[in-house]
Design a protein around this ligand. Structure first.
Ligand SMILES: Cc1ncc(COP(=O)(O)O)c(C=O)c1O
Length: 436
């Protein structure tokens, strides 16, 4: 491993222009310590930094790169689209082409709208839910992240069914008070909220598999129970599949947990993979709600670059490939994820380092705790100092993990068996140093 001197110089220069030297906070590596390498290029399963070091990539640009970096069909599609101009601000056939593919994977999406980020998708879905119900309160779950819109940057209040408190400076209390942040995987908390605020809850928004507190799967029957409860109370269910969409299955968590027909969510949000690495978000669902959007209805929502032709091209190439190779892609992702997640966990166990592994398909987290993790409170008990040490050690061994205990690791179809074995061997080395 070369010294990261060039990365260090680039970080110093970046700090001159950007707060913390970054354009998204987690990139600064504050949660794990150490200086973040600057990326020069990436190909397949590998990232190459500015000092010429190679890393096996387990965060995949936070999810989108399911087919690996610079996947030739995606690169070619972007090139072809760019030659016709990067943006028109008018409709193109590619938008409906991609929509058609999305609907084939997500039958619960009857109509949709493209936006440019996951944040925009969830923010717009909530506006729609409030308009559809004429209600104001939103339920979210502790540890779930849905982007950085004011009403979603909210922490739990002091008790179940107590209004949230701002999770960031600059979020007005009045807005935070319209959000209830409840414990994930606990139906009674949601039931209490509906009893406490009858006729006032517009929607529940949920990460069907939590990724943003580390990977936490839903308890059996939990999502279906939320669907039935929201329906009974006339509230909408918004399933945020920005991370899980096309990752855990072609039809995401909705497919995995049977959220279809009677159990279909009202609205679904997508992002990441759906843009093949370019900026895209989607919100969509039942026609009767989506038709409330301008220009048909009274809910305003718009975007200069929405449905951008380069993003549509990258999305079409990515989703098209996933559709055409579904069984082989998801079988490989499952086998590879299992091998590396279990292999590293085994190394931790051999070194007597307490680690709990949560995994759903191609997303997982090694929590540095000996206890099971089924909600945010339990995740928060993890030994973050030990995780930081593990992260820095793995980086020095040429393995790039997501730089926080509270993030999910991802894999791509480009990861070879040799990459997985090298990762497990690297973990063995790092855990051995824990003893000292
Ligand atoms: C579940 C979920 N929703 C929404 C978002 C926000 O998406 P974006 O970062 O594209 O705004 C994220 C981002 O990580 C996410 O994981």
């Amino acid at each position: 491993m070369n010294l990261r001197t060039r990365s260090q110089a680039l970080q110093e220069r970046a700090e001159h222009y950007f707060p913390g030297g970054v354009n998204s906070p987690v990139r600064a590596f504050r949660a794990v310590g150490g200086a973040p390498p600057f990326i020069d290029r990436a190909e397949g399963a590998y990232l190459y930094d500015a000092d010429g070091n190679r890393y096996i990539d387990y965060f995949g640009s936070w999810g989108p790169m399911i087919l690996g970096h610079a996947f030739p069909p995606v690169v070619e599609a972007i090139e072809r689209a760019a030659r016709k101009s990067a943006s028109f601000g008018a409709s193109t056939a590619a938008e409906a082409d991609l929509a058609e593919r999305i609907v084939a994977c997500y039958p619960a999406i009857e109509k949709m709208r493209f936006v440019s980020s996951g944040t925009e998708a969830t923010m717009s879905a909530i506006r729609l839910a409030r308009a559809a119900t004429g209600r104001k309160i939103i339920i979210k779950f502790e540890g779930c992240y849905h982007g950085h819109a004011d009403g979603l940057l909210v922490k739990a209040g002091s008790g179940v069914a107590t209004f949230g408190i701002p999770g960031s400076a600059g979020v007005p209390e009045e807005i935070a008070h319209l959000t209830l942040a409840l414990p994930y995987n606990e139906m009674s908390a949601v039931e209490t909220a509906f009893e406490t605020y009858p006729g006032a809850i517009a929607a529940i928004i949920i990460e069907p598999i939590v990724g943003n507190a580390g990977c936490i799967p839903p308890a059996e029957g939990y999502l279906a129970a939320l669907r039935k409860l929201t329906e009974r109370h006339g509230a909408l269910l918004i399933v945020d599949e920005v991370m899980t969409g096309f990752r855990v299955a072609l039809g995401g968590a909705c497919q995995l947990y049977g959220l279809k027909s009677d159990l279909a969510p009202d609205l679904i949000t997508l992002g990441k993979i759906v843009g093949g690495g370019l900026p895209v978000g989607v919100f969509g669902g039942k026609r009767r709600f989506m038709d409330l959007l301008a220009p048909l209805g009274p809910v305003y929502q718009a975007g200069t670059l929405s449905g951008n032709p380069l993003a549509m091209a990258a999305g079409l190439a990515t989703i098209g490939y996933l559709q055409e190779h579904t069984s082989e892609v998801y079988a490989r992702l499952e086998a590879a994820s299992h091998a590396v997640a279990a292999g590293v966990a085994q190394e931790a166990a051999s070194a007597k380092v307490a680690v709990t592994t949560n995994r759903v398909g191609a997303m997982w987290t090694w929590f540095f705790t000996g206890e099971p993790v089924t909600n945010y409170e339990q995740a928060a008990k993890s030994n973050t100092a030990a995780f930081g040490r593990f992260h820095r050690g793995m980086l020095d061994q040429g393995v790039w993990l997501p730089p926080s205990q509270f993030e999910a690791a991802f894999i791509s179809t480009a990861h070879s068996d040799a990459d997985l074995e090298a990762t497990i061997a690297a973990a063995r080395e790092v855990f051995a140093s824990f003893a000292g």
